[in-house]
Design a protein around this ligand. Structure first.
Ligand code: TYD
Length: 211
């Protein structure tokens, strides 16, 4: 009898929060955890993740544009990212870590900029009708603390990093609202704690869900 080796089911984990919430060090810790747990690791980011997506990222982060153009380009980059990177990796059984995904469009374009919620929902339904992350971390921190971490106003700050505190307050609230209705997919972590405490919370959650 022949035994077919089916790969284990892939996992899709995303990292979110306002600019300056401290995602990067947590993504590094989660990557290490996944590698040590024996997963094939795929680390990516949005907007970006593919050659086309990275070109769109340049435009999105630096070019002024209409709010709906911004939302459409975010989802265009995402469509390419799903087709080229995310879906093939999940089909191989990889552990996919992504720095931002559609929750960022909900928080920034809907919450921050006022994109109509129905238009967001239509784009999400079009681009990934059946795919959602298995787990999403939202690193929650006050815009004051985040701003201090970012040293906002530095010369190379992008379009989003130049936004004011009230924008980030709306983005933060949109993340919290989305988390509350996510049925446990989105885990909110207090990112005002020390990096070590945040990291411990992330690793404990990964271990509990996928260990
Ligand atoms: P970010 O992920 O913070 O990268 P870095 O840490 O390298 O600056 O930057 C991406 C920016 O894009 C961030 O300000 C949020 C914004 N963004 C949206 O507004 N909508 C989206 O759908 C995504 C994915 C990102």
């Amino acid at each position: 009898m022949s035994v077919r080796n089916t790969p284990r089911q892939g996992r899709f984990v995303t990292f979110e929060g306002i600019d300056g919430a401290g995602k990067s060090s947590q993504i590094a810790a989660a990557s290490k955890w996944a590698s040590q747990a024996g997963w094939e690791l795929v680390c990516s980011r949005e907007p970006g993740g593919t050659p086309l997506g990275e070109k769109l990222r340049e435009l999105l982060l630096h070019e002024p544009m209409h709010l709906e153009t911004e939302a459409l380009l975010m989802f265009a980059a995402r469509r390419e990212h799903l087709a080229q990177i995310i879906e093939p990796a999940l089909a191989r059984g990889a552990f996919v870590l992504c720095d931002r995904f559609s929750d960022a469009t909900y928080a920034y374009q809907h919450g921050g900029r006022g994109l109509d919620a129905a238009k967001f929902a239509a784009l999400e339904q079009w681009v990934h009708p059946t795919r959602q992350p298995d787990l999403t971390f939202v690193f929650d921190v006050s815009p004051d603390i985040a701003a201090a971490r970012l040293v906002r106003g530095r010369a190379d700050a992008d379009k989003f990093e130049r936004e004011q505190q009230d924008f980030f307050q709306r983005v933060r609230q949109a993340y919290l609202d989305r988390a509350a209705s996510s049925g446990g997919r989105i885990v909110v972590i207090d990112a005002g704690q020390s990096i070590e405490a945040v990291c411990a919370a992330v690793l404990a959650c990964l271990q509990e869900r996928f260990g």
